[in-house]
Design a protein around this ligand. Structure first.
Ligand code: MN
Length: 286
């Protein structure tokens, strides 16, 4: 039995199947982890969603911003559908409610003590250790699972607040937590979120000195409390596949949707598998 973590799929079902063939994936034996963003922008979101739904306990899928967007256009703001979205098949599917309810019950964070890996879609703010992150994930999971989940969907977007405090309350707190788990890329040197920055990290000769107005990837902030963890995440196609074992950083979004690659890592031995995704399936920026 092996456990494979897979990067952002975004509806690229054929590429997913090719990757699974490459790793000799056995659904009866192996477990799949997904960093989220399994749907949208690509051509076969419904197929990817049904694939993971059907796996039940044999897959762990954490929520990405595209899953939250799917729930938002399904239940809260249909007017937020964008021309580049490819979610109509899901929204019109006969099993739509079953699938969307399943999405709504996915976690924001998964930690496996035995494997020694932690899975999120985007990142950790520098102040959170595992304990704080798990408790914050539970808070927003509860909001998304309870009967007032539409209220959460309506309040979850926004770039404020930018600074973590245990004292933040209400929707501001839910929004901060949701942003960290599903949208975070950069932080300031002081440890605030820098949500506006979507640039490609400038890799210089000195590792982790990608300073743009003093902003750096969330995992490069000095003395971040999540340092002891091995964190598997996606969301950042312009960063690309990035593995830094010394710092416990495993970035698996290698831009399948953009004609890059789809990446899997076998967690037991950190073996990396990649297939080329030669067809660029999306236009515009991610
Ligand atoms: Mn994402």
């Amino acid at each position: 039995m092996s456990t494979y973590a897979i990067g952002d799929i975004q509806g690229c079902y054929d590429d997913l199947r090719r990757l699974l063939d490459t790793i000799n994936y056995d659904p009866a034996e192996d477990i799949l982890w997904s960093v989220g963003d399994i749907v949208n922008r690509g051509p076969q979101s419904l197929e990817v969603l049904r694939f993971f739904y059907d796996l039940g306990d044999r897959a762990i899928v954490v929520l990405g911003n595209h899953e939250l967007h799917l729930l938002n256009v399904a239940y809260a703001r249909p007017d937020c559908m964008r021309p580049s979205d490819t979610l109509t098949d899901i929204l019109e599917a006969p099993d739509r409610e079953e699938l969307l309810t399943w999405v709504r019950h996915r976690p924001f964070l998964h930690h496996d003590r035995h494997l020694g890996f932690t899975l999120v879609h985007a990142g950790f703010p520098p102040q959170w250790d595992l304990r704080q992150a798990c408790s914050c994930a539970e808070e927003v999971e509860d909001l998304l699972r309870n009967r007032d989940y539409v209220d959460f969907l309506q309040e979850m977007y926004g770039d404020m607040p930018t600074r973590w405090s245990r004292n933040i309350q209400g929707w501001a707190r839910a929004r901060f937590i949701t942003s960290c788990f599903t949208r975070l890329r950069y932080c300031t040197a002081e440890g605030d979120l820098a949500m506006k920055n979507k640039s490609k990290p400038q890799l210089s000769s000195q590792p982790y000195h990608y300073l743009i107005d003093d902003e750096r990837p969330w995992f490069s902030v000095a003395q971040r409390a999540s340092q002891p963890l091995n964190i598997v995440f996606g969301h950042w196609a312009t960063l690309g596949f990035h593995m830094d074992e010394r710092n416990g950083i495993y970035a698996l979004d290698s831009g399948c949707l953009w004609g890059g690659a789809l990446t899997a890592m076998r967690l037991e031995d950190r073996q990396i598998y990649q297939i080329d995704c030669q067809t660029k399936r999306a236009v515009g920026s991610c």
